[in-house]
Ligand binder design. Structure first.
Ligand code: FES
Ligand code: FES
Length: 171
């Protein structure tokens, strides 16, 4: 690495799935590349690099964003969450991850991290959406394998479970 390019790197520090992380990045380095190549968090996938496919979706301060449309330096002091953070500390999968497994909502799995992050984020804000609304969320994600059927079923299973627990609270 030349002295000049080393000097062009800036320190970047943020929390990743609740843990403080840091590294150095050029101003042009994308957040997805920083996550994967500098931090080794390869759960976030990179497809189109143009904000179209949704594979690179992560959460920043709670909002789902395309990490290929954000520079690493823009994550400074923020809270970044990736698919690696969805399971519990003991490794237990989230309800949505379990539903994906149950409904065979993935084949190659390339789109899955982005799907999981977007749906997790959306369902937190809207725990009782219609199937149509879920499909609308998924319209921001490209999956070339599944035809989306299993993904929609998985999401709706989580929605139904959430509705049952809400009803239980009111009994
Ligand atoms: S890689 Fe970011 S949207 Fe496709
Ligand atoms: S499971 Fe292969 S792209 Fe979605």
């Amino acid at each position: 690495m030349s002295r000049m390019s080393a000097e062009a790197r800036h320190p970047v520090r943020f929390t990743l799935n609740g843990r403080a992380v840091s590294g150095r990045a050029e101003p042009r380095t994308l957040l997805c590349d920083f996550l994967r190549h500098t931090l080794g968090a390869t759960g976030t996938h990179v497809g189109c690099e143009h904000g179209v496919c949704g594979a690179c979706t992560v959460r920043v301060d709670g909002a789902a964003v395309r990490s290929c449309l954000m520079f690493a330096v823009q994550a400074q002091d923020r809270r970044v969450e990736t698919v690696e953070g969805l399971a519990g500390a003991d490794g237990e999968l989230s309800a949505l991850q379990r539903a994906f497994r149950h409904h065979h909502a993935l084949q190659c799995g390339f789109c899955t991290p982005g799907m999981l992050i977007s749906l997790t984020s959306y369902l937190e804000q809207n725990p009782h959406p219609s199937e149509e609304q879920v499909r609308e969320v998924l319209s921001g994600h490209l999956c070339r394998c599944t035809g989306y059927t299993g993904i929609v079923r998985a999401a709706m299973e989580v929605v139904a479970a959430s509705a049952r627990s809400t009803e239980g609270e009111h009994v």
